[in-house]
Design a protein around this ligand. Structure first.
Ligand code: HPA
Length: 237
């Protein structure tokens, strides 16, 4: 047990999928894993451990935003020995060619600030994904035939943004989508020598105003979960 995770030692797998939403953790575990067991419900931030094709997997909610994710990822790495951490979540599309329902695999995550900002001081650290995981995720996405984009994303600190000029600069510099967690996940994984990746579903679009209808969410989120599991175990889906 840690301050925020009630699982016993050994109840968390080395491979952890991290949706922001704890109910999405429940849905993904019940839909894709076998032998599922609830391992955390502290603060309602549900976590489940089961198996996928015989491989142990934990799916643990991270909450929204980097400060929340930082708490769970620190404890998963330092106290439970998590080795491979893959964020599965939604993002806002930022390029015309990126459509709602597409999947984005985040090579890098630009940010104004992360909870780790203080240790870098004047340095602009460049959070990036684990190459092997990224490559395996692209293979899994290609095998599934999912429309996928690979490139930079923006990890914002705020959902209700008062600085539209920042989004404009991100769009101008080719950033594919905006979410709120990946930059800190990548930074923590690098610090502790673990593997990290973010696989995201485009749920809304900043340029077109389009959004994923609720009846299509499950199917699109399912593709993302299968790509993440395929990447973790380097299968082709
Ligand atoms: N901003 C930040 N995070 C998000 C968005 C967004 O527009 N859409 C989904 N996650």
């Amino acid at each position: 047990m840690t301050i925020h995770i009630g699982a016993s030692p050994g109840e968390i797998a080395e491979t952890v999928l991290l949706p922001g939403d704890p109910y999405r953790a429940k849905w993904a575990a019940e839909t894709f894993l076998e032998n599922v067991k609830l391992v955390n419900e502290v603060r309602g931030m549900l976590g489940f451990t089961g198996t996928w094709r015989g491989n142990p997997v934990t799916i643990q909610g991270s909450g929204m935003g980097m400060p929340s994710l930082s708490i769970y990822v620190n404890e998963l790495i330092k106290d439970y020995g998590a080795q491979t951490l893959i964020r599965i979540g939604s993002c806002g599309g930022m390029q015309e060619r990126v459509d709602v329902r597409d999947v984005i695999i985040a090579m890098t995550a630009s940010t104004i600030s992360t909870p780790s900002r203080g240790i870098f001081r004047e340095l602009n650290y460049a959070p990036c994904a684990d190459w092997e995981l990224l490559r395996a995720a692209v293979s899994a996405a290609e095998a599934k035939g999912t429309k996928t984009h690979v490139g930079g994303i923006y990890s914002a600190d705020v959902f209700y943004d008062e600085r539209p000029d920042l989004n404009d600069q991100m769009v101008r510099h080719g950033i594919l989508g905006v979410e709120m967690e990946a930059a800190e996940l990548y930074t923590l994984a690098a610090r502790f020598g673990r593997r990290a990746l973010a696989v995201l579903t485009v749920s809304d679009h900043l340029l077109t105003g389009a959004s994923l209808p609720s009846d299509q969410r499950e199917r699109s989120f399912g593709d993302m979960v299968e790509i993440a599991l395929g990447a973790a175990f380097d299968t082709k889906g």
